[in-house]
Design a protein around this ligand. Structure first.
Ligand code: NAP
Ligand code: MG
Length: 496
């Protein structure tokens, strides 16, 4: 195996990063002086030791973000066009560092370098470019009053930044999740404290460096690296106005409870168990490729992974055999190997969780295609198809967050919709058919925040993304995201 990068190049990129936290525009150690290791999941080797942020560091970061948000601060006084230019510049700097970011994502998360380079990094840059335009387009309305003399009262609304935000992100798309969070915060004129996942802190450190280069005033973006306890301190902090979280439904519930103290605003992007409905009239080759991509992309570590595959009976065998065949051709390996299609799972913990679900499927009577550990070092697991599944199986009900799809046949359109919607989650869904009427009917009835028709995993900075049911609160991206980061103020003047 020849890797795309040699050790000196890896050392150059990882070694040039700050291992400290970004607070008030300075790189600082944790108050305790403690650090923690981040590990390469392909080799189990330690990549770097970074600052271990805890409650005291969260306090300092919140103070910095509050000061940066105060009336008259450089950030609050900055013309909106200038704010937009800084956000745009950050997008440009990300593209200038495309290779370094892709390398860091591959090392820290495990994903193939080629995927990070083609998807994570350019989409992060695009997010900032898209959001930069919004900085100058946040407007209120002039509102005609309803019950009063319209000549007497002039009423209008102002949209104002919600304030100091805490943003807690997971490890599956480290840079992209940071971008989804930070881009709209900056466009709205808020300030923020970002907490990357403990498994994948590195790309956020480079992002912080570039944000300073782009001209962001100190304290606008603070980065606290650490564990769940740092996230908990942020969610509970009384001087944080809003918390945005992406991660597990379980921690999402904790965030809601922690936020209750000062009733801070909360948005949540949580898990999923997304149904993928393949009708017999679909373009079968496209449906097979799309269904495989739906579940196996990014090692299946996608909140929208198409993890429940429902196929109309007459084509069930053909589609499931096709998906299993594609699974068998996926080359699992080190993300820096140019031949690799699928990297390792992010951590030993995630490896245990995913293989635990595969075993539970086996114990509950499913047939397992794939499912084996690959190699004896690193957290690699083979792409897996479960057949002979029932709706009550743990592996069919719960989010696995790995490359494991549960397949089942269905008879007719009217039968599949209740089954597809039979989940506490409602994040993503998909339908494959050539019949546009059926596609539209099905898309309308699927209870999910995003429905893909004849495709999967198409994301765009302009498209709102988020969940129904226990998959979350609120939407990210598009102009819908600004509901999260703006207050509406009504101003009424008596002109008489
Ligand atoms: P997680 O615990 O929900 O982690 C997400 C983020 O929340 C991380 O930054 C984490 O910090 C932080 N966190 C943990 N406990 C917290 C608390 N009490 N208060 C505030 N923040 C807290 O997710 P995970 O343990 O990494 O993964 C577990 C499962 O979550 C996965 O198997 C998958 O099912 C699901 N998941 C979903 C998504 C998604 O996009 N919807 C993403 C990742 C994982 P640390 O990482 O530093 O502990
Ligand atoms: Mg965790």
């Amino acid at each position: 195996m020849t890797l795309a990068f040699d050790e000196p190049r890896i050392q150059e990129v990882v070694g040039s990063l700050s291992r400290k936290m970004l607070i008030n525009g300075e790189w600082v150690d944790s108050a305790s002086g403690r650090t923690f290791d981040t590990v390469n999941p392909a080799t189990e080797d330690v990549l770097a030791s970074v600052a271990h942020g805890e409650a005291a560091d969260v306090d300092a970061a919140v103070r910095a973000a509050r000061a940066a948000f105060e009336d008259g601060s450089p950030w609050r006084k900055m013309p909106h066009g200038q704010r937009g230019k800084i956000i745009h510049k950050l997008g440009d700097l990300i593209l200038e560092h495309l290779d370094d970011f892709a390398l860091l994502e591959s090392l820290d998360n495990g994903k193939p370098y080629s995927v990070a380079k083609a998807a994570d990094v350019p989409l992060a840059a695009d997010l900032f470019h898209y959001m930069s335009g919004w900085a100058t387009k946040i407007e209120g309305n002039t509102v005609p009053v309803s019950a009063w003399d319209p000549d007497q009262y002039l009423a209008f609304t102002l949209r104002e930044p919600v304030g100091v935000c805490a943003q807690i992100i997971p490890w599956n798309f480290p840079l992209l999740m940071a971008a989804w969070k930070i881009g709209p915060v900056l466009a709205a004129g808020c300030t923020t404290i970002l907490k990357p996942a403990e498994q994948t802190p590195l790309s956020a450190l480079l992002l912080g460096e570039l944000a300073m280069q782009a001209g962001l005033p100190p304290g606008v973006l603070n980065i606290v690296t650490g564990f769940g306890e740092a996230g908990a301190a942020l969610a509970a902090h009384r001087d944080v106005d809003k918390v945005a979280f992406t991660g597990s439904t379980e921690v999402g519930r904790e965030i809601v409870k922690a936020a209750a103290g000062n009733l801070k605003k909360v948005t949540l992007e949580l898990g999923g168990k997304s149904p993928n409905v393949v009708y017999a009239d679909a373009d079968i080759d496209k449906a097979i490729a799309g269904s495989a991509h739906a579940i196996f992309f990014n090692q299946g570590e996608c909140c929208v992974a198409g993890s429940r595959l429902y196929v109309e009976e007459s084509v069930y065998d053909q589609v499931v055999e096709g998906v299993a065949e594609q699974a068998s051709q996926i080359k699992v390996g080190n993300g820096l190997d140019p031949d690799t299609n699928m990297g390792p799972l992010v951590s030993a913990e995630q490896f245990e969780r995913v293989t635990g679900y595969i075993n539970s499927g086996r114990d509950e009577g499913a047939n397992i295609i794939g499912g084996d550990r690959v190699g004896d070092r690193g957290y690699f697991v083979a792409p897996t198809v479960l057949t002979g599944t029932r709706e009550d199986m743990k592996a069919v009900r719960e989010e696995i967050f790995g490359p494991v799809v549960a397949a089942a046949p269905f008879n007719a359109e009217r039968d599949i919709l209740p089954t597809a919607n039979n989940s506490n989650f409602g994040l993503g869904a998909g339908v494959f058919t050539r019949d546009v009427s059926k596609a539209y009917r099905t898309a309308r009835r699927l209870r999910a925040g995003t429905v893909w028709v004849n495709t999967w995993n198409v994301f765009d900075a302009s498209l709102p993304f988020g969940g129904y049911k226990e998959s979350g609160w609120g939407r990210e991206m598009g102009h819908a995201v600004f509901t999260n980061y703006l207050e509406t103020k009504t101003v009424i003047t008596d002109l008489s």
